[in-house]
Design a protein around this ligand. Structure first.
Ligand code: PAF
Length: 287
């Protein structure tokens, strides 16, 4: 596995692959890799001849009071996992390389509307940071395919819209969320939780499952009123499990808009705090 830490090294490798006419699938990550990330690498291997993974904790997507400094950095262990998973290269840029002029005057990508709802409402500027770094990484890596987890459902939609709006020559793939046997979605932020809190956190999955069952009871046509009732019940369940819910929202899978009459492809989205740790999860429901 190649370890590429400069843009020059990345470009040389990319040129060599292009000369071999090898197709390239890209998995952008912030490191601290778990089985969910490795599932993305597995999927990437089915899409292209070469798989490249980036590891970069992107300051532009963290708010002032968020966990940029404490975000887990585990490069040596990540490298081992990627080697075993069969990635062909790992790209590890530095902030000096990514944002040489600093963040204050950095050119950015803003995907309007979608970036301001749900997680975007609670984390202003977050999706601008995500769209900008993903755009920059795409320009650096020039992949044919890029693979993202569906756990970050809204992020995936922001990226799909950016790619469509800017006619970017890359195909975006979403991969199902990897869960522990107790239902907890794998996330680097689970590492902030104690063993007891991790057990408590399984309430998110149970809450979404009961919401899905309640939606199915009203299928095929779920009214706005039913949706509001189910969302409130979920909030209550999460509070009883020790969470401070940020939002529970049932939306359209198509555009994350509110559910229109007769709409059958829905997604239940949850963001909730266990202490200071903010967890997100989602569950798609087909009525
Ligand atoms: O999902 C993530 O890990 C990050 O948001 C991403 C896509 C690597 C951009 O920094």
């Amino acid at each position: 596995m190649l370890q590429l830490s400069t843009l020059e090294a990345l470009r040389n490798t990319r040129t060599a692959w292009a000369n071999e006419q090898a197709s390239v699938a890209f998995v952008p990550t912030m490191g601290n890799l778990h089985a969910g990330h490795l599932r993305l690498v597995e999927h990437a291997k089915t899409l292209a001849d070469k798989v490249i993974v980036s590891i970069y904790v992107n300051p532009m997507q963290f708010g002032a009071n968020e966990d940029l400094d404490s975000y887990p950095r585990t490069l040596a262990a990540d490298m081992e996992k990627l080697e075993q998973a069969g990635a062909h290269a790992v790209f590890t840029p530095t902030t000096e390389m990514v944002y040489p002029r600093g963040l204050a005057e950095q050119t950015y990508i803003e995907v309007p509307a979608i970036s301001d709802i749900l997680c975007g409402a609670s984390r202003p500027g977050h999706f601008r940071g995500v769209a900008t770094i993903v755009n920059k990484l795409f320009n650096m890596v020039q992949p044919d395919h890029a693979v993202f987890g569906k756990k970050d459902y809204q992020q995936l939609m922001v990226i799909r819209l950016m790619v469509a709006d800017l006619s970017m020559p890359v195909i975006i793939h979403g991969v199902a969320t990897e869960r522990a046997s107790n239902g907890l979605a794998l996330s680097s932020r689970n590492g902030y939780l104690s063993a007891g809190e991790r057990e408590q956190a399984t309430a998110i999955y149970r809450t979404m499952q009961s919401a899905a069952a309640a939606l199915q009871e009203h299928a095929p046509s779920v009214s706005e009123e039913h949706i509001k009732t189910i969302e409130s019940q979920c909030q209550l369940q999460l509070k009883q499990a020790g969470f401070t819910p940020d939002y529970v929202s049932i939306r359209s899978q198509r555009d994350l808009g509110t559910v229109r009459e007769g709409e059958r492809e829905l997604v239940i989205l949850v963001a909730a705090y266990m202490g200071k740790t903010r967890l997100i999860d989602n569950l798609e429901v087909s009525l």
